[in-house]
Structure formats: structure tokens, C-alpha cells
Design a protein around this ligand. Structure first.
Ligand code: ASP
Length: 445
């Protein structure tokens, strides 16, 4: 059994957290490969080391004096080294090199990646594991995307040779020979690539919450944790704003059937959330999760007998495409078609789009409305249950919330409802109460 364990920034923010991480790794000998993030926030309002590094790069790039900033970052790492009592270990050589690079050839990705690199060095030493520099095992192509073929080949060979190892997250080697990072949060992707490389049995992703929540905890107090979520459900939830994992972290493990287990470094005994390809595990509730976003506009196009006109939809969509606007949803009715778009992309181009719709498709009228929020109710269990939509609409009606749009994806994995921005939070509470809270109450009775 092999597990790849990735620890997020809050799990490695200071020496105390490092000690918890070591205890977790030592508690299970199958935790063979470890992927660390850079130190995150130690308390609310604190800085993440990656943000400090990027800011320092910006100072250096403008030709400014970055030495005070470098000193603060050095302090963060030295605090960890001292807290772990690694008395014969130092990163002075590495800091000299970073200073030298900033002076002579400041590079954004190189600088940003040093948080993971240095944290990885400390962790490898603290655990007594090998250290593998990610630029030797993760490769990008000319377009700046992951070169999966080369990466998998080199990574799997290297992991096979070296036994227990720490592989820092977030970066690899660009085609130009320089360090290149993934987008922010990219250590999740590294973890997934390492799991693929060693054909791990599990990819454990350790963070500071006990898994994915059924709903946003900023709206619902102490929401339930989702025990099992499929990749497809997760995709629907993340698309609608739930932030769990970096989007690109799914593909490498999904392609070889490795499950992901989201775990809490501060409560390691909690089961966390399993993200899987498919499962027979019954969801705890009829729905798996609720997610949503504010700030959409709907463009309603009315034309009588539109159903008889071949190519009408294409002409309407052409108006959006010509203006560089992608659409999110497109529910349609008899003689009507609605195109839902992001407000911030659309507002400054609205009149251009409306006139293009008129020019291209000669509708009877076009009506625009803004302040639309979309909420996705997601769940594999909905497919086989009747009455889900009725319960959902009743919940919203009882809470006096006007539904402005309904879209049930043909996958039957989700129902999306549009409500006014001002009703967003209340709608989520009403849906949660109906599907989760009252479900708990019924089970207790
Ligand atoms: N340290 C990087 C960030 O803050 C990458 C990561 O933590 O996953 O985005």
C-alpha cells in the first residue's frame, strides 16, 4: 500500500504544525511520498509565504531594495527550523542563492516557488526522507502546460529508485530551463502527479478542515461534511464556486483510478471526504452538496415560431461569440431562449451584444436582467429519487424566494436555480434546511 500525502500551507505554517504532520506520517507507514506547500497563515491576518515571495520579486523587478523583505521570509523559515530544534541544519546557502538571483536575474516563478522548495528541504530533513527537487521530475511544454508524458516517465522512475521522499509542490521545469509554477494552489496538482507516478493506492490531501462541506460554512453554520463525492459531482460543485481542490488536480489521479481523501491535519482521526470515480456508498442525504455564485445576467430572446427557424440558436450565440463572451447556461422555452452570462464580462458590452442579436437573428424582443445568482443543487442520488425538484421549489416558495430561472442538467446530477442576488444566502439556507437539517430530524424521530 502506498499513500501520497500532500499538506497545505496551514498544515505547515509553523513548527507546531510540522510536528502534527510528522505524527500523521509516522502513524501510517504507507505514507511514503510527501508533497508540501509553502508555509501559509499562522493566524488570521498573517501573510502566506508565497504572497511575500511574489511581493519581494516585484520589488526586485522594479530595481528596489528587497533585503528587508528577504529578511522577513528568512525569519519565517528560521522560526520553523528553531522550533523543530534542527540545530545542525540551515538554509543560509539557499537564501544567498535567492538573493543573488533577485539581484541579477529576477524571475517571478522561480521566486514564488521557493516557499515550497525551502519548506520541502526542512520537512525532508525533519522526517529523514529523501528530497527530490521538483524541477528534476515535473516538466512543462512550450505552451506552458504540463508535459504529462515526460513527467510521468521521469517521475515514476525516480520514485521507484528513491524510497521515502519529499517532493515540493507547485513547480517544475519550464521548457526554457527555468523554474515554472502551476497557478496558485498548484501543490494539489503536484500531489496528484506524484500519486499517478507511483500508482498510489490513495492520494491524501491534508488541509485545515475535515473535508468538503455540503454548503459554504460562511452561509451555513457548521455544515455537514460530505463523506463521498464523485469526480463529476465535485466538478459541478467547484464550477459553481465551492473551492476544494485545484481544478487540474483531478485529472492525473482520475486517469488511473486513484481516490482522493481530503483530511484535516488538526483532527486527523476525522474520516474526511473521499473523492472517487464512482461509488455504491449511499449519500448521507438526497443531495450531495449545494454551491452557488452571484453576479450573473440573463438575456431573454423572444421570437414567435423560433422553433421552426433552422439556425436561430446559432445566430443568437454568434452575437455573444463575436463579442468574446462565453455563456454559462442556456435554458429555453417555447418562443424564448435565455442566455446566462457573467455580469462583469457582459455589462460593458451589453448594447453591442443586443444590437448584434437583432442584426443576426431578427428577434421580436430582447430583455436583459441583472443581479442574478445561480445555485446548483448537486447529487448523484437525485437521479433515482422522485420529488426532488418539488421539495426544492417548495423550500424556496416557503422562504418567499422568487425563482427566476430553472435548469436541470440532462446528467440529472444537478438542478440549477436562478434567484435574485439579494435572496442568495436565504435560498441556500432554505435548501440546506430542507435536504439536510430536516433529514437529520427525520432520522432521529
Ligand atoms: N503556495 C502556493 C500558493 O499559495 C501553492 C499552494 O500552496 O498550493 O498558491
Amino acid at each position: 500500500m502506498i499513500k501520497v500525502v500532500k499538506f497545505g500551507g496551514s498544515s505547515l505554517a509553523n513548527a507546531e504544525q510540522f510536528k502534527k504532520v510528522k505524527a500523521i506520517i509516522e502513524a501510517d507507514e504507507s505514507r511514503v511520498f510527501v508533497v508540501p506547500s509553502a508555509p501559509g497563515r499562522r493566524f488570521s491576518g498573517d501573510d502566506k509565504v508565497t504572497d511575500l515571495l511574489i511581493h519581494m520579486y516585484e520589488t526586485a523587478e522594479k530595481g528596489g531594495d528587497f533585503s528587508a523583505e528577504l529578511e522577513v521570509i528568512r525569519g519565517r523559515f528560521n522560526e520553523i527550523i528553531e522550533g523543530l530544534e534542527l540545530s545542525d541544519f540551515s538554509l543560509e546557502e539557499e537564501f544567498r542563492e535567492i538573493g543573488q538571483m533577485l539581484q541579477t536575474d529576477p524571475q517571478k516563478d522561480y521566486t514564488a516557488s521557493r516557499g515550497e522548495y525551502l519548506n520541502g528541504k526542512i520537512l525532508a530533513r525533519y522526517l529523514g526522507y529523501h528530497f527530490i527537487d521538483s524541477r528534476e521530475v515535473i516538466f512543462f511544454n512550450d505552451e506552458g502546460n504540463l508535459n504529462s508524458y515526460k513527467t510521468e516517465k521521469v517521475m515514476s522512475q525516480r520514485l521507484k529508485e528513491c524510497g521515502r521522499a519529499v517532493i515540493p509542490g507547485f513547480y517544475g521545469l519550464g521548457k526554457d530551463g527555468n523554474v515554472k509554477t502551476f497557478s496558485r494552489g498548484g501543490s494539489d496538482v503536484t500531489g496528484s502527479i506524484v500519486a499517478q507516478g507511483c500508482r498510489a493506492d490513495v492520494y491524501e490531501n491534508w488541509t485545515d478542515v475535515s473535508g468538503c462541506m455540503v454548503a459554504d460554512p460562511r452561509i451555513i453554520k457548521n455544515p455537514d461534511v460530505i463523506r463521498y463525492v464523485t469526480y463529476r459531482e465535485l466538478r459541478e460543485l467547484s464550477y459553481m464556486g465551492a473551492s476544494v481542490l485545484h481544478e487540474d488536480a483531478i485529472f492525473p489521479v482520475r486517469s488511473c483510478g486513484i481516490p482522493i481523501n481530503i483530511k484535516n491535519t488538526n483532527a486527523p482521526e476525522d474520516e474526511g471526504t473521499w473523492i472517487v470515480e464512482s461509488t455504491c456508498q449511499k449519500p448521507d442525504h438526497l443531495i450531495t452538496g449545494i454551491a452557488g455564485k452571484k453576479g450573473f445576467c440573463s438575456v431573454l430572446i423572444i421570437k414567435s415560431m423560433m422553433n421552426a427557424e433552422v439556425g436561430f440558436g446559432r445566430k443568437v450565440l454568434q452575437a455573444f461569440e463575436d463579442n468574446g463572451i462565453s455563456f454559462e447556461h442556456m435554458p429555453s422555452g417555447i418562443d424564448t431562449m435565455t442566455v446566462v452570462v457573467h455580469e462583469d464580462e457582459f455589462l460593458h458590452k451589453e448594447q453591442k451584444v443586443v444590437s448584434a442579436i437583432h442584426r443576426l437573428s431578427s428577434p421580436d424582443s430582447v430583455e436583459i436582467e441583472s443581479n442574478l445568482a445561480l445555485i446548483a443543487v448537486v447529487g448523484r442520488g437525485m437521479r433515482s429519487a422522485s420529488g426532488t425538484a418539488a421539495r426544492l421549489f417548495t423550500a424556496l416558495a416557503d422562504a418567499h424566494i422568487n425563482i427566476r430561472m430553472i435548469d436541470q442538467g440532462s446528467s440529472e446530477l444537478n438542478i440549477i436555480v436562478g434567484v435574485e442576488n439579494k435572496d442568495f444566502e436565504n435560498a441556500i439556507k432554505a435548501i440546506y434546511n430542507t435536504f439536510v437539517t430536516s433529514d437529520h430530524n427525520e432520522k432521529q424521530d
